[in-house]
Ligand binder design. Structure first.
Ligand code: OSB
Ligand code: MG
Length: 370
């Protein structure tokens, strides 16, 4: 398959409700979409970078620049059989910038699966027809609003609720939620908001029956995560820290946690995600698939990956309507009665892109030809 053309589009989609984490609030998403046209079929993916560098150093604009200046020129004209060949070229073309690389790499997987007439999930080695869905709830203005949002998501059928926490909005808030919802599968995510002085405070979360505590400390501080994991029984789950398989191997070796939130868009794509999945399986670390408030295109990639065997907890792979009034794919992702999302079985990502709607919300478009 020869890569003939790559199209970069930005679209703007407003979230149904603003999403607030420890480092900032998102009201709408400006999403960078990538289409890879080969001489046979096309593949699609989205870049998960946000507009501001508050989750990682990458943003829409850094990703767009590195794609246009370095990554797209490196792969245009490339003739590949396996997506791994595309990943190797991308890694040779620039250091870091994994979110930018992932957009090309994941589009190559969609194209490869489509060319073979099989679903992306199947090509990845997925083994589940439906994947368990959790929901991630942003920081809320007050406890009553938080209780109400949790109840609504529980009523919709979500199997696990993840609460965002931040210094000053942690132990008491989570304890209150726990006494209101004694049996709810519950997790917390700090998005790296804590430091060494907060160790004692974080240890108090250990008594609240959480499935995991996600990324309390800075992404590069594996040793501090290891220190916390030595002091508590609740698994520490790494998100921002795991940017590559090598980083994952280091985390396992250092016992910097006991679980990983894999986001293919963060780690450079599906090949890296599979490697991380396997490293964790071999180490006895469960994994689950996170999200970055993706449109249906990124969601389709995440859901396909969630069908792998060592994905042992519900993911942040929620239904389209949790995020958007109208998604850009059809059919939209919906929550089944059993709290799962169905893994598409059609070739590639297995959903159709609503091109007419895309045109309506498109802000920029550039094409690059071999
Ligand atoms: O840390 O998992 C995170 C959203 C944006 C950036 C970072 C994170 C999140 C979420 C929401 O928690 C996941 C989702 O529902 O897509
Ligand atoms: Mg997280």
């Amino acid at each position: 398959m020869r890569i003939e053309r790559i199209i970069l589009q930005t679209v703007r989609l407003r979230l149904r409700e603003p999403f607030r984490i420890s480092s900032g609030e998102t009201f709408h998403r400006r999403i960078l979409l990538l289409t890879m046209e080969t001489d046979a079929v096309a593949g699609r993916a989205e870049c998960v970078a946000g507009e501001s560098p508050n989750y990682s150093y990458e943003t829409n604009e850094t990703a767009r620049w590195v794609l246009e200046a370095w990554l797209i020129p490196a792969v245009l004209g490339l003739d590949f059989q396996e997506p791994a060949e595309v990943a190797a070229v991308l890694d040779g073309a620039a250091r870091g910038h994994s979110m930018a690389k992932a957009a090309i790499e994941m589009a190559a997987w969609d194209a490869a699966a489509t060319a073979r007439g099989e679903s992306l999930a199947r090509l990845l080695g997925g083994q589940r027809a439906r994947v368990q869905a959790g929901v991630s709830i942003g920081l809320q203005p007050d406890l009553d609003t938080l209780f109400r949002r949790i109840q609504e998501f529980v009523d919709e059928g979500y199997l696990r609720v993840k609460l965002k926490i931040a210094p000053g909005r942690d132990v008491d808030m989570v304890a209150a939620v726990r006494s209101r919802f004694p049996d709810l599968p519950l997790t917390v995510d700090a998005n790296a908001a804590y430091g060494v002085r907060d160790l004692d405070r974080l240890c108090k979360l250990d008594r609240l029956g959480l499935l995991l505590i996600e990324q309390p400390f800075s992404e590069d501080d594996l040793l501090l995560h290891a220190e916390l994991q030595r002091r508590i029984d609740t698994p520490v789950c790494l998100d921002e820290s795991i940017t590559s398989p090598a980083r994952c191997r280091g985390a396992i070796e250092l016992r910097a946690g006991h679980m990983v939130n894999i986001k293919p868009g963060r780690v450079g794509g599906h090949a890296a995600s599979l490697a991380i999945h396997d490293l964790c399986r071999d180490a006895g670390w469960p994994v689950w698939i996170g999200g970055m408030l993706e449109s249906g295109i990124g969601r389709a990639h995440n859901v396909a990956l969630a069908s792998l065997p060592n994905v042992l907890l519900p993911g942040d792979t929620s239904a389209s309507r949790r995020y958007w009034t109208r998604d850009i794919v059809c059919p939209e992702f919906a929550l089944n009665d059993d709290g799962t999302v169905t893994v598409p079985t059609e070739p590639g990502i297995g959903v159709h892109v609503d091109e007419a709607f895309l045109k309506e919300i498109e802000e920029t478009r550039r094409e690059f030809t071999a």
